[in-house]
Ligand binder design. Structure first.
Ligand SMILES: *[C@@H]1O[C@H](CO)[C@@H](O)[C@H](O)[C@H]1NC(C)=O
Ligand SMILES: *[C@@H]1O[C@H](CO)[C@@H](O)[C@H](O)[C@H]1NC(C)=O
Ligand SMILES: *[C@@H]1O[C@H](CO)[C@@H](O)[C@H](O)[C@H]1NC(C)=O
Ligand SMILES: *[C@@H]1O[C@H](CO)[C@@H](O)[C@H](O)[C@H]1NC(C)=O
Length: 625
């Protein structure tokens, strides 16, 4: 009955096969990413060559290393997928899988993986994952031992965690029953064929006495050995593995050809010379696996073919791809990600925020305008890296920053960065002017350079078009909501005539003013800003409440009294920004809420963290190193 499938039916299946395969590839397991052998062809063309040469050296030095490296890939894939979780050392919240029962005192080869990783980091930094290194090293080890070769699908990424319990539970143990082992394989999407073929990796390598001693002396708890073991072989094993002690002694797994990858593993099983209980049960506990053991014992080619197929299948166990996980720089630890956070100075300089606040408060009490000046410094700092067009003759407040820095250097030398001082001073200035408060994420470090061209190009200009301004925001990861909310900082501060004079006399180069400006307001502006001269004269940006942080900025725009061209276009050049201007004009709370969110977002624009940059001793100069 089994073979009674009709001839047309077979044709039908063959006809559909390519389509099925094709659609399967495209879907790629749901994630959209499919491992493929060409993954590093452009990003690291010599990757495979490098892995191979390091593995070759290691195996030449010690033949046993081939089996050790093959085992690493296997023990990695069975726990959380092939994600190099096995390679992580214990650190922080990570408990290393190297301490699990299947791995303790037995996993090895980590130095070889480290050597491969160092070589790859030199060639193409942070490009080739540790998980892919394991997969490649397994293939190269197999080939070096005389086994089959295969193309290794690549593109795995590395985990940011490990699972000790997963390692204890998921990896098949040498004394597990056949059913337990098969179940562990099935949980990973592998079947009995994969089980028998992959067990063939026991054709190379050594095992510790502890893994099979039970069979020699006390197989079922009744002080009797496993009589299914060949007598002479059992005696050989007992010589090396006494009843008590010697648990870490080693014995080769394939007595006939211990360092050669071949099908003697299966021949040994047929001769009752399978070393582990889990080897022998392949013959005795399932008809399907028995048939396979016999086939592979007979036909080395068939074993090699299936081994290659099954190990590729195993290498596909839930890999991390795309944006999941990371590419570790060092296979033994996860990469350090530095994230700004408000508690950054809690231990290193607990009074830092208090000190900034008190110096800012004194400065603003002396001159209300200083609040706007300090707020502007943070903004201009985040958009670039002091003498550029947007800043010449207009940025101010540096003396206040110097005062803050001196106070902080006294309290905790070279601890608080100038960039964080700017971020804190901006918040404190906003609060002092009556605006919202927010927790300032901290931990920025100071640059060891400046960019005059960046300052000229990146900071939005008062006469930029709406599109230009929005583009400049977008280049910094900010959107139209951030643009409209952050423009609200023009609710305080003064502007020089030069920033808006164009609107008063010659808006479009035809000698005509900007008629969208409210007439009475325009006349007031002209009084202060004559057609010629007076470019540095100041005018308040919010005529209604010039030193109070509130939403009059938006109300002014709605009344055609936005001072800058860049203010008025928020109403006239985009529906999205128009809606936001109206919302914030109506609802002060909403404005405050969004302003706080957007300025925190702005404060996160590519900060220097970790070991990048420095903590300047004097905000005006680089430290002399
Ligand atoms: C298998 O071996 C381990 C340690 O080698 C032991 O703790 C466990 O009890 C054994 N399991 C069985 C079913 O014999
Ligand atoms: C044999 O195994 C059983 C059950 O695992 C144990 O209780 C007993 O002490 C063992 N006997 C010897 C001699 O090791
Ligand atoms: C904007 O103003 C600057 C100087 O204030 C001027 O050089 C530039 O030509 C103006 N740009 C436009 C588009 O009017
Ligand atoms: C107005 O602007 C245009 C172009 O920017 C310039 O050529 C012209 O001389 C200006 N006219 C006056 C009266 O300033």
């Amino acid at each position: 009955m089994v073979f009674s499938m009709s001839f047309p039916m077979v044709l039908l299946l063959i006809a559909f096969a390519p389509i099925f395969c094709f659609s399967h590839k495209i879907k790629g397991g749901g994630g959209g990413y499919v491992l493929h052998p060409q993954f590093y062809d452009y990003s690291c063309p010599r990757a495979q060559q490098i892995v191979k040469s390091v593995v070759a050296k290691a195996v030449a030095k010690e033949a046993r290393m081939a089996a050790s490296l093959l085992r690493l890939h296997f023990h990695d894939c069975f726990v959380k997928g092939c994600d190099a979780s096995l390679l992580l050392d214990t650190s922080g919240s990570i408990i290393s899988e190297k301490q699990s029962n299947p791995n303790r005192n037995s996993v090895r080869g980590f130095n070889v993986i480290d050597d491969i990783k160092s070589a790859l980091e030199k060639e193409c930094p942070q490009t080739v994952s540790c998980a892919d290194i394991l997969a490649l090293a397994a293939r190269d080890s197999t080939v070096l031992a005389g086994g089959p070769s295969w193309e290794v699908p690549l593109g795995r990424r590395d985990s940011r965690g490990a699972s000790l319990s997963g390692s204890n539970q998921n990896i098949p143990a040498p004394n597990n029953t056949f059913q337990t082992i098969l179940t562990k394989f099935k949980l990973k999407g592998l079947n009995v064929v994969d089980l028998v073929a992959l067990s063939g990796s026991h054709t190379i390598g050594n095992a510790r006495c502890t893994s099979f001693k039970q069979r020699l002396y006390n197989q079922s708890g009744n002080r009797q050995p496993d009589y299914s073991l060949h007598q002479t072989y059992a005696n050989q094993l007992r010589t090396r593995c006494p009843r008590s002690g010697g648990d870490q002694n080693l014995f080769v797994m394939d007595l006939v050809s211990p360092t050669k990858f071949d099908n003697f593993y299966y021949k040994n099983i047929l001769a009752s010379k399978g070393l582990f209980n889990s080897d022998q049960v392949l013959l005795t506990k399932s008809e399907a696996s028995m048939e396979l053991v016999k086939k592979y014992a007979e036909n080395n080619e068939l074993f090699f073919e299936q081994f290659a197929k099954s190990i590729i299948k195993m290498g596909n166990i839930s890999p991390l791809t795309g944006k999941k996980g990371e590419i570790r720089k060092n296979c033994r630890r996860i990469n350090t990600h530095y994230v700004l956070h408000p508690q950054f100075y809690d231990h290193s300089c607990p009074r830092a925020q208090e000190i900034v606040k008190s110096v800012v408060a004194k400065a603003v009490a002396k001159e209300a305008r200083m609040a706007a000046s300090l707020l502007r410094l943070h903004f201009h700092d985040c958009f670039v890296k002091k003498q550029s067009n947007p800043n010449r003759n207009s940025v101010r407040g540096f003396n206040v920053i110097d005062d803050i820095k001196s106070a902080l250097e006294k309290e905790c030398p070279q601890t608080v960065s100038c960039a964080d001082i700017l971020a804190l001073a901006a918040r404190d200035s906003t609060v002092l002017a009556g605006g919202p408060s927010w927790e300032v994420p901290l931990g920025r470090r100071d640059s060891r350079g400046a960019s005059l061209s960046g300052s000229n190009q990146n900071i939005p200009a008062p006469n930029n078009t709406f599109q230009t301004i929005l583009t400049k925001f977008k280049l910094k990861g900010l959107n139209v909501v951030d643009l409209v909310a952050l423009s609200g900082s023009h609710t305080i501060g003064n502007a020089r005539c030069t920033s808006f004079k164009q609107r008063l006399y010659n808006q479009s180069g035809n000698g005509q003013p900007d008629y969208s400006l409210h007439q009475t307001y325009a006349s007031q502006l002209r009084t202060r800003c004559p057609r010629s001269g007076g470019d540095q004269n100041l005018f308040v940006m919010d005529l209604v409440s010039p030193t109070k942080f509130d939403n009059f900025y938006y109300k002014n725009i709605l009344a055609s009294r936005g001072l800058f061209n860049s203010d008025q276009v928020l109403l006239t050049k985009s529906e999205a920004s128009m809606e936001l201007v109206k919302k914030y004009a109506e609802n002060n709370e909403l404005f405050f809420e969004q302003f706080a969110k957007s300025i925190v977002k702005m404060g996160n624009i590519s900060p220097l963290t970790g070991k990048k940059g420095e903590i300047r001793k004097n905000c005006r100069r680089l430290n002399t190193n």
